[in-house]
Write a protein that binds this ligand. Structure first.
Ligand code: PBE
Length: 266
């Protein structure tokens, strides 16, 4: 039947990303809860996933990827989320900013800027799309900052200048987080910080914030995606609040595919 052919057509593979990503854990759970015994999720990276998606899309071939919003792929391709009647991927969530304990005392101005930072899917989309179209990450971020001086002024309002204090932000090479960390780096530099961006995997990111080897990260997707990490390090980091609302994760396919629900994969 039709559904057998969907599985066969993609070799019973869901194209995943880096193994530490919360969406990988959620996808393993989805495979169990929807009884998709024949299916596997492949590991790779965000960049490899979008490369596979583009390759399939250009030939109108079937593909199922681990996807999330905000992401530039929805601007470039006609895609849809598969329905998730069991709610394995959760609903809408937030991207939160987390900091090591003690940041408020040690770097109060940075703590203030990081607490203030909040932007929209559209804002992030402008930076992500520019990078995807070939702009350098720091240049795309600088262009956005230059064009959005009003927003930057809100995040830095009343914040005193500092004199080259060092701060380290940890992030994972997900397109959404590349955009946010490059922008906030510039905002912190504008008040005088010497900012280092460290690219790590998701597990080491949470460990680094919890043990204080990183000062903060803008990459905490909660309450669902990073629940395992947040529970593991409970009490060992400070939650500085949401930097974006209404984000989500799930399984994503091109609209030309004739399936609507994760249940259709069985
Ligand atoms: N993501 C993007 C991450 C959070 C940000 C959805 C790939 C994850 O699954 O952990």
């Amino acid at each position: 039947d039709d559904t057998t052919s969907v599985g066969k057509s993609v070799d019973y593979k869901i194209t995943g990303i880096d193994p530490g990503a919360g969406i990988m854990e959620a996808t393993e759970k989805a495979i169990k809860e929807y009884d998709l015994d024949e299916w596997d999720v492949t590991t790779g990276s965000g960049a490899a996933m979008t490369a596979s998606l583009k390759k399939a899309y250009d030939k109108e071939k079937p593909i199922i990827v681990t996807g999330w919003t905000p992401h530039w792929k929805f601007a470039k391709f006609d895609l849809k989320y598969l329905e998730d009647p069991k709610g394995v991927y959760g609903g809408e969530e937030q991207i939160k900013t987390i900091a090591r304990t003690g940041l408020a005392e040690d770097l109060p101005e940075a703590h203030q800027v990081l607490s203030n930072f909040h932007w929209t899917e559209e804002d992030m989309g402008e930076v992500m799309v520019a990078i995807q179209e070939g702009e350098k990450e720091d240049v795309a971020a600088q262009n956005w900052v230059d064009a959005n001086a009003d927003k930057v002024a809100e995040w830095t309002e009343g914040v005193n200048e500092v004199d080259g204090d060092k701060i380290k932000l940890a992030y994972v090479a997900w397109d959404s987080e590349i955009a946010s960390h490059n922008v906030v780096k510039l905002v912190l530099e504008s008040v005088g910080y010497d900012v280092t961006l460290t690219q790590v995997e998701a597990g080491p990111l949470w460990t680094a914030v919890a043990d204080g080897s990183a000062d903060a990260s803008l990459a905490a997707w909660l309450p669902i995606t990073h629940k395992t990490y947040a529970d593991k390090f409970d009490g060992k980091f400070e939650d500085l609040g949401a930097n974006m609302d209404g984000v989500k994760i799930g399984l994503v396919v091109p609209k030309y595919m004739d399936i609507e629900s994760i249940e259709d994969l069985k």
